[in-house]
Design a binder for this molecule. Structure first.
Ligand code: ADP
Ligand code: MG
Length: 260
C-alpha cells in the first residue's frame, strides 16, 4: 500500500502480468523469469530481493523497456511498455559518469539530449541540491568518493523528473558505512520527489529498511515466493524489533532458516 502520509502519489502505476522470460543460448533456452506478477502503485517503494543470478536485473530491464519479455505483459499507467522512456530511469550499481565532464556536465546530459537544457538549466541545480552535491558541481568524477559518484548518478536520473526510479543494486559497490548513509538519503529523496521506486538488492536489511513492500524471488527462473509488507513509518530505526521479525521471515523465504 502507498503511504500517502510520506510519499505524494505522483509516481506511476507499473504492472507486470504473467511475465516469463528466457534467453536463447547455444545450448538451448535459459529460463530466467517464470510467471512474475508485479503491481507497483503510484508513489510506492518496492524492493525485489533474491539470490544472485535469479533474474532480478532481467526483470528490471523489462520494466525499463530495455528489452521485450518473452511472454506476458508490462504496462505503465495502462499503456504497454515497449521501449525505454525518460519517465522510467534506471540507476545501476556502477555510476558510469563521463570522466571528461564535470558533475554538472554529467547531470545536464538528459536535458541536453532532449534539447531543453537552456530552458531548464535550473533543474540541474535543483537535482544537485537534492543529492547534496551543490558544492561539487564543478568537480570531475575522479575527484569524487564512491558515494558522491553514486549521488551524481542519482542527480543525473532525477533531473529528468522520472515518475519511476528503477535501481539495480545502486549501493552494491559502496563501503558499508556509506551504504547505510545512502540508504537513508535515498528514502528521503523518494519521499521528497514522490516517484515510484523499484529497488533490486540481495541485501535483506537494505530491502526491509527502505521499502514499503519486499518481494522475495526464488532461484532462477525467478518466481515470486513471498511478499512482505513493511508498515513501519519513516524514518525507520534499524534496531526496530518489527524489522528483526521481518528479516527472519525474509531469510526463511530465501531458504535460510535463520537462528542467528
Ligand atoms: P540477477 O540480477 O538476479 O543477479 P540476472 O537477471 O542478471 O540476475 O541474470 C539471470 C540469468 O540470466 C543469469 O543466469 C544470467 O547469466 C542470464 N543472463 C542475463 N542476461 C543475459 C543475456 N543478455 N543473455 C544470456 N543470458 C543472460
Ligand atoms: Mg543483477
Amino acid at each position: 500500500m502507498v503511504n500517502t502520509a510520506t510519499a505524494p502519489a505522483r509516481g506511476t502505476h507499473i504492472r507486470a502480468s504473467a511475465v516469463s522470460h528466457h534467453f536463447d543460448l547455444p545450448a538451448g533456452p535459459l529460463p530466467v523469469l517464470d510467471g512474475v506478477d508485479l503491481d507497483l502503485a503510484p508513489g510506492e517503494f518496492v524492493a525485489l530481493l533474491g539470490p544472485s543470478g535469479c533474474g532480478k536485473s532481467t526483470l528490471l530491464r523489462l520494466v525499463a523497456g530495455l528489452e521485450p519479455a518473452t511472454q506476458g505483459h508490462l504496462t505503465q499507467d495502462g499503456a504497454a511498455i515497449t521501449r525505454p522512456d525518460p519517465s522510467r530511469i534506471v540507476v545501476f550499481q556502477d555510476p558510469t559518469l563521463f570522466p571528461w565532464r564535470t558533475v554538472r556536465g554529467n547531470v545536464s546530459l538528459g536535458l541536453q539530449a532532449r534539447g531543453v537544457l537552456k530552458a531548464q538549466r535550473h533543474r540541474v541545480d535543483e537535482a544537485l541540491a537534492l543529492v547534496g552535491l551543490t558544492e561539487f558541481a564543478e568537480a570531475f568524477p575522479h575527484q569524487l568518493s564512491g558515494g558522491m559518484a553514486q549521488r551524481a548518478a542519482l542527480a543525473r536520473a532525477l533531473v529528468n523528473d522520472p515518475s519511476l526510479l528503477v535501481m539495480d543494486e545502486p549501493l552494491g559497490k559502496l563501503d558499508s558505512l556509506t551504504r547505510l548513509t545512502m540508504q537513508g538519503e535515498l528514502v528521503a529523496l523518494w519521499q521528497r520527489a514522490g516517484f515510484s521506486a523499484l529497488l533490486v538488492t540481495h541485501d535483506v536489511e537494505e530491502a526491509l529498511f527502505m521499502a514499503q513492500r519486499v518481494i522475495v524471488l526464488s532461484d532462477r527462473p525467478a518466481r515470486i515466493v513471498a511478499e512482505l509488507h513493511n508498515p513501519l513509518p519513516y524514518p525507520r530505526h534499524r534496531g526496530d524489533p518489527a524489522l528483526a521479525a521481518l528479516r527472519h521471515t525474509a531469510l526463511r523465504h530465501l531458504g535460510l532458516d535463520a537462528t542467528w
